[in-house]
Design a protein around this ligand. Sequence first.
Ligand code: SIN
Length: 186
Amino acid sequence: MSHDTTATNRTRQNLGNHASIWLFGYGSLIYKTDFPFLESRPARIRGWKRRFWQGSHDHRGTPDSPGRVATLVADEAAVCSGMAYRVEPKVFEQLDVREKNGYLRHVQTLEFADGSSAEGLVYIADETNAAWLGPATEQAIAEHVAHASGPSGSNREYVLRLACALQDLGEDDPHVSAIARHLGTR
Ligand code: SIN
């Protein structure tokens, strides 16, 4: 798959007949809300774990020196916490561009703290996309992150802001905190 998923995403779901749609954010979408939303609520999705296995050519790195950003990897036993936003369908026009570097929209069930749930969309970049970097040790990921930056800022800031945002939500993701710890001690 090419790097730019904008056109593919536009064909994946028919959003036009919805008044609003839930979006689940687990990476920068938790802390960088540069899009309009009607409501936001902490949420979780089951069967996915957050990993810094996706390359970033357009935000936290460049095509020659990609950064490492979060994606979700299937894991039956995992639960991933993040933030859900209820948005108007037209907001996906801008989100598709923001998440164009390999992410595809997937329908998932979002669970809220009060026990209720809703269907929503989640951007996931899998191993078939051209910007995929794949697994590495948390120390190696931190080394990589420490040296990358792109148009949206340093890769280090991406990781540390995500770690802070998860802490603010009262959530601990050992993968994120281990990388943040390695970065903090450099
Ligand atoms: C997300 O935050 O949900 C997707 C990945 C990112 O934009 O960092």
